[in-house]
Ligand binder design. Structure first.
Ligand code: UDX
Ligand code: UDX
Ligand code: ADP
Length: 463
């Protein structure tokens, strides 16, 4: 099948960058990204490229190059589905907040709506690609909806999980470690796989494109994220032990990372991992394992989440304890709110939970993040439903300059590892703060000895 038109449902952190790169690398294919959210689509189409809704280094250039040439953003979902030979589903799959599987299972509402819409609109055969992270066997559910339209249209369902990390999405898409495509073993399924392989082959070397059955592909995505998150919880567990024993977690990480069987990446102790994927995918894995009665498997992976929650709580508890057991009405400055640097995404960011704890202790939190607005900070806190929105609004102070944010503060807490935080004039910050001036470095990015020389009381994770 010659692919000339691709549609992607969902113009978010996954769909947007992925389709921009496909469009850039495949000028012969028309790529249309659709979303129900009009505001988001308008932002993608904004003439001022700085206003595209997702901040990712390098993304603006790619969008500027391809947009209007063969990359389109639209709210006309039906037309895009109707015209495309390949439809990617990149809608959000949050953890359920109600009913059976609440707090654990993925909410497939948006996926099912997409499948039903595709079933209703399609007049010719199509390849439907799951791009969102989904529980194993979701493809089956999609297939059962699509196969029962009764109008003779044939669908092939492929699983093509996304491995991009936010903040490096463009680089990850341009030079992926691998592309994984799962499909049906039948001849028709293999043809569909080949059609998608041909798209990626425009820029990805053949030996990096893996094909499997659908279930292996779906489960590989959950497994990859579970392993990655597990490394962080493992090093974070050691960080607490380091603090008690006088070892330094950075030294430990370095020492173990040189073992090629372990590897040096993803061993940074931190205030806890965040992001839309890790927690959701592990909860999902735990839920699936439990549903098959595999309690030991479920408990094993659940521990990764328990450790992560503990790490976040430990960080906020330590701030309260160190500030003489009370932060009531004290100004505590958060440098960073995003779940990692180089993104404006805040989903599941540790900062949200640390702030929530400290607001319970009646602290005033001054937030400065180079890419996150006050509106987003407040909506993240309100989403937790811990207290009235009006209380959140009076507890969060927002500043456009980091120096103003730090002025008069009792403590500065680093929640995100933005490069610029390291470059700040820390003497100036010290001079403007209450004394003793505390720094809680939740990312181990600042130079402790230098800060101590200035006069700060400096505390890092795991030393
Ligand atoms: C992750 C996976 O890396 C990616 O392959 C998948 O497609 C989606 O989920 P993402 O959540 O965007 O990507 O970012 P990632 O770099 O994995 O970071 C996740 C969280 O872990 C962040 O909060 C980060 O700060 C934290 N982290 C990461 C650490 O605390 N220590 C580390 O060593 C690495
Ligand atoms: C281990 C460490 O590897 C070594 O660095 C340390 O100094 C001593 O402990 P050893 O126990 O000799 O070495 O062997 P190792 O190769 O690590 O295997 C340990 C066990 O794990 C074996 O039973 C092995 O069969 C099993 N294993 C290993 C697996 O089941 N799967 C694997 O992928 C690797
Ligand atoms: P991700 O990180 O998975 O990309 P996002 O929340 O950033 O998640 O993006 C998902 C997008 O999918 C949102 O912009 C949402 O509006 C869109 N979406 C959800 N359901 C549908 C649907 N049925 N049709 C079109 N767009 C949808």
């Amino acid at each position: 099948m010659k692919i000339t038109k691709i549609c992607c449902i969902g113009a978010g952190y996954v769909g947007g960058p992925t389709m921009a790169v496909i469009a850039q690398k495949c000028p012969q294919i028309q790529v249309t990204v659709v979303d129900l959210n009009e505001e988001r689509i308008a932002a993608w189409n904004d003439e001022n490229i700085d206003n595209i809704p997702i901040y990712e280094p390098g993304l603006d250039k790619i969008v500027a190059e391809a947009r209007g040439r063969n990359l389109y953003f639209s709210t006309d979902v039906e037309k895009a589905i109707d015209e495309a030979q390949i439809i990617f589903i990149s809608v959000n799959t949050p953890t359920k907040t109600y009913g059976k599987g609440k707090g654990m299972a993925a909410d497939l509402k948006y996926i099912e709506l997409c499948a039903r819409q595709i079933a209703r609109i399609s007049k010719d055969n199509k390849i439907v690609v799951e791009k969102s992270t989904l529980p194993v066997r979701t493809a089956e559910a999609i297939k059962s909806i699509l196969d029962n339209t009764g109008n003779g249209v044939q669908f092939q369902i492929l699983s093509n999980p996304e491995f991009l990390a936010e903040g490096t999405a463009v680089q990850d898409l341009l030079n992926p470690d691998r592309i994984l495509i799962g499909g049906d073993p039948s001849a028709e399924g293999q043809k569909a796989i080949q059609a998608l392989v041909d798209v990626y082959s425009n820029w990805v070397p053949a030996d990096k494109i893996l094909t499997t059955n659908v279930w292996s592909s779906e489960l590989s995505k959950l497994t990859a994220n579970a392993f990655l998150a597990q490394r962080i919880s493992s090093i974070n567990a050691m960080s607490e032990l380091c603090e008690k024993t006088g070892a330094d977690v950075n030294e430990v990480a370095r020492a173990i990372g040189m073992d090629s069987r372990i590897g040096s990446k993803f061993l940074k102790a931190s205030v806890g991992f965040g992001g839309s994927c890790f927690q959701k995918d592990i909860l999902n894995l735990v839920y699936i394992a439990k549903s098959y009665g595999l309690n030991e498997v479920a408990d094993y992976w659940e521990q990764v989440i328990i450790m992560n929650d503990h790490q976040k709580r430990r960080f906020s508890n330590n701030i309260v304890q160190t500030l003489y057991n009370t932060v009531s009405d004290k100004k505590i400055t958060f440098l960073g709110w995003a779940f990692k640097k180089d993104t404006n995404d805040t989903r599941e960011s540790a900062a949200i939970y640390v702030a929530d704890d400290l607001i319970n202790e009646h602290a005033k939190i001054a937030v400065y993040d180079p890419k996150v607005s006050r509106k987003k900070v407040l909506s993240d806190l309100d989403y937790l439903e811990t207290r009235a929105a009006s209380t959140n609004a009076t507890s969060i102070l927002s500043f456009d300059s980091p120096y103003e944010a730090c002025t008069g503060a009792h403590a500065v807490a680093v929640l995100t590892e933005w490069d610029e935080f390291v470059q700040y004039d820390w003497q100036k910050i010290y001079d403007s703060m209450q004394k003793p001036a505390f720094v809680f470095d939740g990312r181990n990015i600042l130079d402790g000895p230098t800060l101590e020389e200035i006069g700060f009381v400096y505390q890092a994770i795991g030393s």
